[in-house]
Design a protein around this ligand. Structure first.
Ligand SMILES: *[C@@H]1O[C@H](CO)[C@@H](O)[C@H](O)[C@H]1NC(C)=O
Length: 215
């Protein structure tokens, strides 16, 4: 009979494997067939004989995005939806532009760890550990600095420079997903009941309605 240590070791391994991000590919590539109606984990493959270089390529990432919005942020994603060849490869890329004092509001990626580097400007970045102790781990980054946001943890960036800032990040999923905390909680459709949010945030209904009106 296997020892309890072996048993729990195996259990931990199975659990960790289940938590890991995108599974390894079983073939050279599986370029997404954007016309397929088949629903599966990832996207259906198109015939490998019809694959072209353009399936593995995109352009324009040197162009700054439009940051004229309340957050002062532009995100240009390069995920499987932009490059069909990324399907099943477990990786993606993002460009971020921040207006002065612009933010990437607190959010989490359910399927990826993110590694970010600052190309221009200065960013304050941070992530919060699980509960307990919900510790904030934060740092100011300058051009060329790199920071990692571990999978699933709530994180943010803020431009603390006088000029606009630019960053590039990579993530270990073809489709990291994003859960913006404020809009997911206060802007869900349909609403999370007011009573739930009032109790959760320890405020009254009027405050819940006010925050809701922003999303
Ligand atoms: C940037 O976005 C704002 C708000 O949507 C819009 O009014 C403006 O025309 C955009 N600027 C450019 C250069 O596209």
């Amino acid at each position: 009979m296997a020892s309890p240590i072996l048993f729990f070791g195996l259990l931990a391994f199975v659990f960790l494997a289940a938590l890991a991000s995108d599974p390894n590919p079983l073939q050279d590539f599986c370029v997404a067939d954007t016309n397929s109606q088949v629903l599966l984990n990832g996207l259906a493959c198109k015939d490998p004989n019809t694959v072209e270089a353009s399936d593995f390529s995109s352009s324009g990432l040197h162009i700054a995005g439009n940051t004229s919005n309340p957050a002062g942020l532009s995100v240009t994603p390069i995920v499987a939806a932009q490059i069909p060849g990324l399907n099943t490869l477990g990786i993606s890329l993002f460009r971020f532009d921040y207006a002065p004092w612009g933010i990437n509001p607190p959010h989490t990626h359910p399927r990826a760890t993110e590694i970010l580097t600052v190309l221009e400007g200065s960013l304050e970045v941070g992530f919060v550990t699980s509960n307990p102790p919900n510790r904030l781990i934060t740092k100011v980054l300058h051009k060329g600095d790199v920071f990692v946001f571990p999978i699933g943890l709530i994180h943010y960036q803020r431009n603390v420079g006088k000029k606009s800032a630019t960053a590039i990040s990579a993530a270990n999923s073809q489709n990291p997903g994003v859960i913006p905390i404020a809009s997911a909680v206060f802007g869900s459709k349909p609403d999370i009941p007011n009573g739930v949010l009032a109790k959760a945030f320890q405020v009254d209904n009027a405050i819940v309605n006010y925050i809701r009106s922003k999303f």
